[in-house]
Structures are given as structure tokens and as C-alpha cells.
Design a protein around this ligand. Structure first.
Ligand code: NDP
Ligand code: GDR
Length: 373
């Protein structure tokens, strides 16, 4: 059986030095997070640790370490009092692993963030995407249901839903807007959404769908458009790259900051009754506007560097997403703190620093200057 000992890598990670003895003396809530190694998983874990939780993350086996986003909060489990984030091998395609870890960990809250989350890639691997995103959510819901029934326990469940589910339905999109998914990814998220509603209605499970609009950060995966732009921009600025190839830059998205959005996930599980909520900034910008703000911030003109490449166009596109988050604002008392320009600048600043470090290594001959990350 896999255990956290298998994934303890004290030599590769920093330790937390803060004195948390005041928290350690209180009973801790226990959360289980799938997708903990992803963008949202890392922010949610930081948030929950800050609230005094013990956080267990399910990670999947990969041939290279995949814990870069959480290394800074990892503590060697031999340091038992301070190791409040624990990692276990599991996979959303492996039902037995999900049930086993629920039985061992006995969490109060489960956050299902794991997914093959790239829309364009879902057209390339539709079967796998459906297995992980749709059936994976069903496997986890069923594991939660059966664990609760067998152990007389209750668990609160969060499902990471997406604005992609609205697809071609025009904005503004709210909880009552009909879904019209435009990719295998989006159709799979619609299935996961309704599985979650069904488990709530059929078994009385406290289960919530967060319908989150795009949220970004310096930890965003490098092949999503915002990070692809800011990574390339940093490299262009320091002379490691000249061109950036993009697809449809007329698409509009409602972009918020991931750090703000994980708080909404947690708030959904703290209410009296389970429900579904849209989480969005209620402001929409095209990819072109993102280019203008980001390149303009460092004194460059995006038109000198960007080329349109047909391979980044999708068979069906989602043209315009803009959320109506009034329900979350009213009932969860949630609102975004970081605005569009601040988000863009935060990402550019971080990626410029990364590019400068990269340049030092390239100049010293330690790494090659790849044209495009
Ligand atoms: P990421 O792509 O950054 O992270 C996805 C996570 O899922 C990673 O930890 C990944 O592991 C894990 N994962 C992938 N496949 C499996 C599997 N078969 N079994 C177990 N774990 C798996 O996504 P985000 O953090 O951006 O998003 C979190 C969730 O929210 C996703 O479900 C996404 O679809 C959804 N969402 C995201 C939005 C956004 O704008 N970011 C908006 C709306 C919804 P590994 O590190 O090994 O790849
Ligand atoms: P999205 O994010 O599909 O909205 O899904 P992404 O950043 O991939 O695309 C946003 C828009 O930009 C256009 N685009 C490009 N996209 C990428 N990735 N690469 C390019 O070169 C490029 N050029 C233009 C796209 O066509 C699209 O219109 C994200 C994911 O996080 C999902 O998991 C999540 O559910 C939704 O956001 C909400």
C-alpha cells in the first residue's frame, strides 16, 4: 500500500519554521484534497493550513516529481507535529485507492480538484478526459457515500465545476444559465456537476458544485493562455525568445486570481445547506486585451512578437464568458480581491524574475534556451 512515507522527500523540500504550537493544541479539522499538486490545490492547501486544518492530498504517480507547487509547504513526516500536509498515492481512475484513503484519513471535508483540466487537450484524449473528469468524480462521490454509510460518518464534498459548462450560452452566466458544453472536457464537467447534484438529492450528501470562472496566478500551468503569455513575455524581455504563437485571441474570459477563488470553495462547505455557486469577477477581457496590458506593462508592443498559429484553434470554441456571482456575494459574503490589471502585473512580475534566473543559467551554459516553454 502506498503511504506518505513513499513520498517523503525531506532532502528536496523546504520546511516550515513557524511556531504553530497554539494551533497544534486544538483539535484539527481534516480535509482531503484531490489535485493537490495543481494550481488550485496548492492555494487551497495553504488556505486550509492557515485555518488550522490537517490536509491530506492525493497525488498520482508520475515518472518525475510533480510536487513543485507544494514543495514550499511540505514538511518531512518524521517531524510529526509540524507535518500537517500529508501526501498519498491515488488516482481518480482507481476507485479502490479513493475508498481506501477515505477509510484511513476519515476527512470531514473532501475537495475534488483533480482533472485533466486542459480544454484543447481534451479533444486529443477525450476518452481519458471523460474517465478522470466525469467518471472520476462519480468514483469519488460513491467512495464518499459508501464510506459514510459503512462508518456512520458525515463528509462535506466540493466538486470543481467550470464556466466551460456554459460553453456557447451567452453571458452573463449564473447558476440558472443552461449548460451548452463545447468540448469533451466541458461535457465531462457537466456530467460531474449532475452526479454531484444527484448524490445530494439521492443520499442527502452535503455536496456543492463550485462553478468557477477562469482563475490564474503565477502558479498557473504553462500551457494555459495567460501563463503562456507571461512566460513568453519574460523570456522575450530578457532576450531568450522573440516570438509567441497563439490561437484565437478574440476569445473573452472572466479572469480572477486563484488565491481568491479557493476561499470561495471553503466557504461553500461552511454553510448550513449545500448548494451550487458561480464564482467570478463579473468582468470580461479578450486574450488580445491580456496581451495589451501585459506587454504594455514592460514597455513592449505585443504586435511585434505575437503570431497566430492555426494549431492552437479548437474544433469548437467558447467565445464569451462573463459570470454573474451575485449569489456567492450575497450568501457566501465572498468577493474577489485582485482585479484584472493587478493579476496581469503579478504574473508578469513573477515570470520576469523567472526569466532572469533562466538567463543566468543559459549564459553559464547550464541549460539550453528553448524557444517556447
Ligand atoms: P491543474 O491542471 O493545475 O491541476 C489538476 C490537478 O489534477 C493536478 O494536481 C493533477 O496532477 C491532478 N490530476 C490529473 N489527473 C489526475 C488523475 N487521473 N488522478 C488524480 N489526480 C489527477 O488544474 P487547476 O488547479 O487549475 O484546477 C483545479 C480544478 O478546477 C480542475 O478540476 C479544473 O478542471 C477546475 N477548474 C479550473 C479552473 C481554472 O481556471 N483554473 C476554472 C474552473 C474549474 P499532476 O500534478 O500529477 O498533473
Ligand atoms: P480555458 O483556458 O480553455 O478557458 O480553460 P485557456 O487559457 O486554455 O484558454 C483561454 C482562451 O484562450 C484561447 N487561446 C489559447 N489558449 C491556449 N491554451 N493556448 C493558446 O495558445 C491560445 N491562444 C488563444 C483559447 O482558445 C481560449 O479561448 C481554463 C481551464 O483552466 C479549465 O480547466 C477551466 O475549467 C476553464 O479555464 C474555466
Amino acid at each position: 500500500m502506498a503511504s506518505e512515507d513513499n513520498v517523503s522527500r525531506s532532502e528536496a523540500v523546504a520546511t516550515l519554521n513557524g511556531d504553530d504550537s497554539h494551533i497544534a493544541s486544538q483539535p484539527r479539522k481534516v480535509a482531503l484534497v484531490t489535485g493537490i499538486t495543481g494550481q488550485d490545490g496548492s492555494y487551497l492547501t495553504e488556505f486550509l493550513l492557515g485555518k488550522g486544518y490537517e490536509v491530506h492530498g492525493l497525488i498520482r504517480r508520475s515518472s518525475n516529481y510533480n510536487t513543485q507547487r507544494i514543495n514550499h509547504i511540505y514538511v518531512d513526516p518524521h517531524n510529526a507535529n509540524k507535518a500537517l500536509m500529508k501526501l498519498h498515492y491515488a488516482d481518480l481512475s482507481d476507485a479502490s485507492s479513493l475508498r481506501r484513503w477515505l477509510d484511513v484519513i476519515k476527512p470531514e471535508e473532501v475537495y475534488n480538484l483533480a482533472a485533466q483540466s486542459h480544454v484543447a487537450v481534451s479533444f486529443e484524449i477525450p476518452d481519458y478526459t471523460a474517465d478522470v473528469v466525469a467518471t472520476g468524480a462519480l468514483r469519488l462521490l460513491e467512495a464518499v457515500r459508501s464510506h459514510m454509510a459503512d462508518n456512520g460518518r458525515t463528509i462535506r464534498y466540493y466538486q470543481a465545476g467550470s464556466s466551460e459548462m456554459f460553453g456557447s450560452t451567452p453571458p452573463p452566466q449564473s447558476e440558472t444559465t443552461p449548460f451548452h458544453p463545447r468540448s469533451p472536457y466541458a461535457a465531462s464537467k457537466v456530467a460531474a456537476h449532475w452526479y454531484t447534484v444527484n448524490y445530494r438529492e439521492a443520499y442527502g450528501l452535503y455536496a456543492c458544485n463550485g462553478i468557477l470562472f477562469n482563475h490564474e496566478s503565477p502558479r498557473r500551468g504553462e500551457n494555459f493562455v495567460t501563463r503562456k503569455i507571461t512566460r513568453a513575455l519574460g523570456r522575450i524581455k530578457v532576450g531568450l525568445q522573440t516570438k509567441l504563437f497563439l490561437g484565437n485571441i478574440q476569445a473573452s474570459r472572466d479572469w480572477g486570481f486563484a488565491g481568491d477563488y479557493v476561499e470561495a470553495m471553503w466557504l461553500m462547505l461552511q454553510q448550513e445547506k449545500p448548494d451550487d455557486y458561480v464564482v467570478a469577477t463579473e468582468e470580461s477581457h479578450t486574450v488580445e486585451e491580456f496581451l495589451e496590458v501585459s506587454f504594455g506593462y514592460v514597455g513592449l508592443n505585443w504586435k511585434d512578437h505575437v503570431e497566430i498559429d492555426k494549431r492552437y484553434f479548437r474544433p469548437t470554441e467558447v467565445d464569451n464568458l462573463k459570470g454573474d456571482a451575485s449569489k456567492a456575494k450575497e450568501l457566501l459574503k465572498w468577493k474577489p480581491k485582485v482585479g484584472f490589471e493587478q493579476l496581469v502585473k503579478m504574473m508578469v512580475d513573477e515570470d520576469l524574475e523567472m526569466a532572469k534566473r533562466e538567463k543566468v543559467l543559459v549564459d553559464a551554459g547550464y541549460i539550453d534556451a528553448q524557444q517556447q516553454p
